[in-house]
Each structure stands twice: as C-alpha cells, then as structure tokens.
Design a protein. Sequence first.
Length: 146
Amino acid sequence: MSYHESQELATGRPPWRLSIADLTGPGPFSSLPGITRTFVPVDSSVELRVDGETRRIAAATPFSFAGDSETILVRLTTPCRAVNLMVKADDSDPAELLPCRFPWLEFPTAAVVIALTAGRGTSRFDVWRPSAALDGLGVRRWLAVR
C-alpha cells in the first residue's frame, strides 16, 4: 500500500507505506534514510542484527527501528512472511502497527486492518476497514494500522 493510498484511507494523518516481504534466508535490509520502519514477522520468530545488536523478534510482534540502521536478517526458524510499516521519521503523529484479535473492538478508528490468518471469504494479508462485519470471518489474528 503506497503513501498515496494511505492518505486516502486515513485522511488527516501523515502518510505511511505498508508492504509484505517474503523471508527465505539471511540477508541485509534495504537502507531507508528518513524512515521509521516497523517490522512484524508472521508465523515464525526471526533474529535481526540492527546496528550490531542482535534481537530476537517473536512471530506477530512489532519491532521498530530507524530505516537507515544497518539491519541484517541473521536467522529465521522457517521461511515466512513479514509485514512492514514505513513512516517518515519526522512525523509528529506517525501510524503504528499493532497486533489484535478483535480490531473492530480494540481499534475501531484504525485506518486499516490486515488479516494474518485466512478466514471465511478472506485470505491472509487481505486489508480491510475495521467493522463489526469482520467478526463473522473467523480470522484469529490481525494487525491494525492506527
């Protein structure tokens, strides 16, 4: 999801970018100067080395870091995907990426929510607006962009 699309979804908020990455093995992250990045591995824990410090990131746990940090995926338990939220580092009210189970209750004003599990009529990584209608989909894990 591009910065432009986020402005249409979350009017009045600074723009943000959302992406899904396939993690298949160790390797460096792209440098993104001026960006704060929130990284959420899905279905597997990973180890990142950020500016020389190794951090274990549990599955479905957001981890934020400066986009210009030297970042390397050191180890992953199994190939998986990750959700990335990128915001401008100088935003006074940046978007956040938050795990939840019932986004229509926990974050009703979220710009969008991302399904981390498949459900009835939805696939993994489908993006929705939060509403009570999501309750009937049977999705067990979500991420909210707020």
